[in-house]
Design a binder for this molecule. Structure first.
Ligand SMILES: [Zn+2]
Length: 62
């Protein structure tokens, strides 16, 4: 069973039954909730920025 990390909230998401899926630059991203997908679709770069430069106040990645 494959799991992915929701890029918005960093939760683990089961790839076989995600709440929402988005494709960005040829890569698929899985989300725990539709709200997370909407946030991602609005500004994917914000969530995919390499470590240390994501710029979000509630960041858990850096
Ligand atoms: Zn989420």
């Amino acid at each position: 069973m494959a799991t992915s990390i929701d890029p918005v909230c960093k939760m683990k998401v089961d790839e076989s039954k995600p709440a929402a899926v988005s494709e960005y630059k040829g890569k698929k991203y899985y989300f725990c909730a539709v709200g997370c997908k909407k946030s991602f679709d609005k500004n994917p770069e914000k969530y995919l920025a390499p470590g240390g430069s994501c710029g979000t106040s509630d960041c858990k990645c850096c």
